[in-house]
Design a protein around this ligand. Structure first.
Ligand code: PLP
Length: 327
C-alpha cells in the first residue's frame, strides 16, 4: 500500500531550495566548499556535545571530517528533503553508487540472514550478493522481477531480512509492483530497499511506495555532468540508526569539493530530466521503426510489458533504455 507524505512544496521548488537550512556567516545559494579532517572546538564541553551528536548521526554534528562538514551537511539535507518528498528521512553519502549499495546491505545483513533480490538487479550488486555477502554467510534468492506479493510471500523465510528492488531493472527494464512488494516486506518485518538510479527524484517517489531505503547513484542524474563519483543512501528515520552505524564503522565519506559539485548539479536536475525524457523517447520511437531492431525496451512506450505499472507509479521516464537487434 502506498503511503501519503506530509503535504509540501513541489519537486521543482524542493530542488531549488533544499539544503539551505545551515547557519552560515554569509547566506549564499549553495554553501562554501569545506575541506576538513580536523575539526576545532573552543571548549571541551563543545567537543563532547558534538561527539554525542556524531554518535547519533545528528544533522550538523561533526568531530572529524569523515563525519561531515558544512558542505556535506547541506547536501545530505537536500537529498533527504528531495528524495524524501515529505517523508521523515535522513541521508548519508558514499564515495560511489556501488558503495551506497554495499553499505546499505552490510548494515542490515548478518551471517545466517537471507535476502530477496530482484533478478534484474544492477550487475555489481549481484556480484556482491554472490561474492562477499555469500562468503559472510548471507544467502540470496533472486526472484523474477514480475513477481506479485503472493509469489514473493512464498519465498520469504524466517531469516529473510532484506528485500532489494530495482524498477525498472538494469539492462532489461522490467517494472516491479513496488508498493505491493514493499507492503509485504513491511508486514513481515523485512527492510525494503530500492535502487532508484533510473527515475531520479523527478519521476519516482519511493517512500510513497512504502520503501524503507532508497539508494541513489549520485554519479548519474543527480550530479549530471559526468565529472565525479558519489552515492547516497536515503533512509526512513526508523531505520536510520542501523544505517548510520554501518556508515561510521565502514568509514564511508566524501570530500567537500565533490559534495559541492553534486549540490550545484542537482539544482538543474529538473530541466535535465525533462530533456532526457523527451530526447530518449524520440530515439526510442525512431528505433521502433527500424527493420534491424527486434524490440525496444522503454517503459514509457505502450508496447512495453511494464507500461501500465510505469503509468501508475512514475511521473516520467529518464534517458536510459535498451533495444534488441533483430537476429
Ligand atoms: C542501476 C545502477 N545502480 C548503481 C550504479 C552504481 O553507481 P556508481 O557508478 O556511482 O558506482 C549504477 C552505475 O551504473 C547503476 O546503473
Amino acid at each position: 500500500m502506498s503511503q501519503s507524505p506530509q503535504p509540501g512544496p513541489s519537486i521543482d521548488t524542493l530542488i531549488a531550495e533544499a539544503g539551505r537550512g545551515l547557519e552560515l556567516p554569509i547566506r549564499t545559494a549553495n554553501p562554501p566548499v569545506v575541506r576538513a579532517s580536523t575539526v576545532l572546538f573552543d571548549t571541551l564541553a563543545q567537543a563532547a556535545e558534538a561527539g554525542r551528536g556524531t554518535a547519533a548521526g545528528e544533522r550538523h554534528a561533526s568531530t572529524y571530517g569523515t563525519v561531515g562538514t558544512q558542505t556535506t551537511f547541506a547536501l545530505v539535507d537536500a537529498l533527504a528533503a528531495i528524495e524524501g518528498q515529505g517523508h521523515d528521512c535522513r541521508a548519508a553519502l558514499m564515495p560511489s553508487g556501488l558503495a551506497a549499495i554495499s553499505t546499505a546491505l552490510l548494515g542490515f545483513l548478518s551471517p545466517g540472514d537471507h535476502m530477496l533480490m530482484t533478478d534484474s538487479v544492477y550487475g555489481p550488486a549481484r556480484v556482491l550478493a554472490q561474492g562477499m555477502l555469500a562468503r559472510l554467510g548471507v544467502r540470496t534468492t533472486f526472484f523474477d522481477p514480475g513477481i506479485d506479493a503472493d509469489g514473493l510471500a512464498g519465498l520469504v523465510r524466517p531469516e529473510t531480512k532484506v528485500l532489494y528492488l530495482e524498477s525498472p531493472g538494469s539492462y532489461t527494464f522490467e517494472l516491479q509492483d513496488v508498493p505491493a512488494l514493499a507492503a509485504l516486506a513491511r508486514s513481515r518485518g523485512i527492510v525494503s530497499m530500492i535502487d532508484n538510479a533510473w527515475a531520479s527524484p523527478m519521476f519516482a517517489r519511493p517512500f510513497d511506495w512504502g520503501i524503507d531505503i532508497s539508494i541513489l547513484p549520485l554519479t548519474k542524474y543527480w550530479s549530471g555532468h559526468a565529472d565525479l563519483l558519489m552515492g547516497a543512501v536515503v533512509a526512513r528515520t526508523e531505520v536510520w540508526p542501523r544505517l548510520w552505524e554501518a556508515v561510521r564503522q565502514l568509514g564511508m565519506c566524501v570530500g567537500g569539493d565533490d559534495a559541492w559539485l553534486v549540490l550545484r548539479g542537482l539544482r538543474t536536475v529538473g530541466v535535465r530530466m525533462r530533456a532526457h525524457q523527451e530526447n530518449a523517447l524520440a530515439v526510442a520511437r525512431w528505433l521502433e521503426r527500424q527493420p534491424g531492431v527486434a524490440r525496444v525496451l522503454h517503459p514509457a512506450l505502450p508496447g512495453h510489458p511494464g507500461h501500465e505499472l510505469w503509468r501508475r507509479d512514475f511521473t516520467g521516464a529518464s534517458g536510459l533504455f535498451s533495444f534488441e537487434i533483430a537476429g
